[in-house]
Design a protein around this ligand. Structure first.
Ligand code: SR1
Ligand code: MG
Length: 409
């Protein structure tokens, strides 16, 4: 019998004994371990464990039974198993771009993984208006390899269906279905948070726009029913670590926190990345950081253009289904992905502007008038991305949507 034979939520004081029991050979002198809770996400408890003598460290991430953002929202702690397994799978497809998992524990719903404390959370780095020239290369390597290689284009269809089954994630998907695909268009649960100055604007442009609500409805059922690829499912800049200089051959970008993973439309991950670069652009714009804004916009352009280029390359090398091989099919498939990415860019822009889960890039714009404007630009840009999604073909189309909306407010 061990105290870890049944689940309990750990506190800082419990974690040193836990890692000593679970990974006894990891630390040379377990009596010197220091533990600190460092999580600032909405869902989990994250502990950094370090041996102060030699600097050896790891992270313990444990799923709690209630969400930190709201005690009423409860999701199964088994999400930790799903997150650990997807990280192990993604290491195979996009090695070096995700944290290494050392061990996971399906009883305590905890995972021990690589400590990436020498990286910085990308959202905070962008809010300091720092630029990351290799970001577009890294994130497109990650997305093309984790997404395309888990589709029916590449995988044996029965093996792919087995992954669909293993990564079914109804509770976390429900959060997205509510917060991204429903509430921003009707405030049906009364949880939206809108600046008083923008209430009328939101009523007219979102809740009152029947055409937009219809398109959002179509996209919701696409999200729930198109088991295209194994998504990260929450690929915003709070799920990405970055650093400026590499030690050895390591990647400067690492993607973590894939607990919303499931089989869905790959445009969802791409759209999340683009929208979050747009949030960073707004923060830089409010602070009149021209060079930063230029980098953020160019990065968004490059993410789309590099994704397309790498997608076609991996497609031609890895395609296995004979029906996906004829000339023209890859281009047809990719055009639908880019159109979907445009729509999902719009959905993320809207939900972070009016929904309950906001982003600090926008909420911490110090000048309220500038924040009001940024939020209106987001909504207009989003409507262009959603309503005209099939005309989005290149990175430039995405940049034009943001600059066009900005010139109209
Ligand atoms: C209740 S969780 C709110 C948001 O945080 C996560 O990171 C997801 O983006 C989710 O929508
Ligand atoms: Mg998260």
């Amino acid at each position: 019998m061990s105290v870890y034979d049944s689940y309990f939520l750990m506190k800082e004081g419990d974690v040193a004994a836990y890692v000593t029991a679970k990974v006894p050979d990891f630390f040379k002198s377990p009596q010197l371990l220091k533990v600190k809770e460092i999580g600032d996400g909405n869902l989990n408890y994250v502990f950094r464990v370090v041996n102060e003598n030699d600097g050896c460290s790891l992270i313990v991430k444990q799923a709690g039974p209630a969400l930190r953002i709201s005690a009423e929202m409860r999701v199964s702690t088994s999400r930790n198993r799903l997150e650990s397994e997807i990280l192990l799978l993604q290491e195979k497809y996009a090695g070096g771009l995700v944290p290494r998992v050392y061990q996971y524990d399906t009883v305590m719903c905890a995972c021990m993984m690589e400590d990436l404390s020498d990286y910085q959370l990308m959202r905070y780095a962008l809010m300091e208006h720092r630029v990351f020239p290799s970001f577009a290369e890294d994130i497109t390597d990650y997305m093309v390899n984790t997404l395309l290689n888990t589709t029916d284009i590449v995988m044996d269809h029965k093996a792919k269906k087995e992954l669909v089954r293993r990564f079914i994630n109804p509770e976390l998907c429900e959060i997205t279905e509510d917060l991204v695909y429903t509430e921003p268009y009707n405030d049906v649960k009364g949880r939206n948070l809108v600046l008083s100055e923008n209430l009328e604007f939101v009523k007219n442009e979102l809740y009152g726009d029947k055409n937009l609500c219809l398109e959002a409805a179509k996209l919701k059922f696409e999200f729930m029913n198109n088991a295209q690829a194994l998504l990260h499912g929450d690929l915003h800049t709070g799920s990405i670590f970055v650093k400026e200089k590499a030690l050895g051959g390591e990647r400067l970008t690492r993607v973590f926190d894939p607990e919303f993973a499931f089989y869905g439309p790959m445009g969802y991950d791409i759209g999340n990345v683009i929208a979050n670069l747009f949030f960073a652009w707004h923060n830089g714009n409010a602070a009149e950081q021209r060079d930063f804004c230029e980098w953020a916009l160019l990065s968004a352009v490059s993410v789309i253009d590099l994704f397309k280029q790498k997608f076609l390359d991996v497609f031609s090398r890895n395609v296995t289904d004979v029906m996906a091989m004829p000339n023209g099919f890859a281009g047809y498939y990719l055009a639908a992905v880019i159109s979907d990415a445009a729509a999902c860019t719009g959905l993320e822009l809207i939900r972070r502007t009016v929904g309950m889960a906001k982003v600090k890039d926008i909420t911490e714009i110090p000048d309220r008038k500038k924040r009001v404007i940024a939020e209106r630009v987001n909504i207009l840009c989003a409507k262009d991305c959603i309503l005209n999604r099939s005309s989005f073909k290149s990175g430039q189309d995405f940049a034009a949507a943001l600059l066009g909306a900005s010139s109209r407010v």
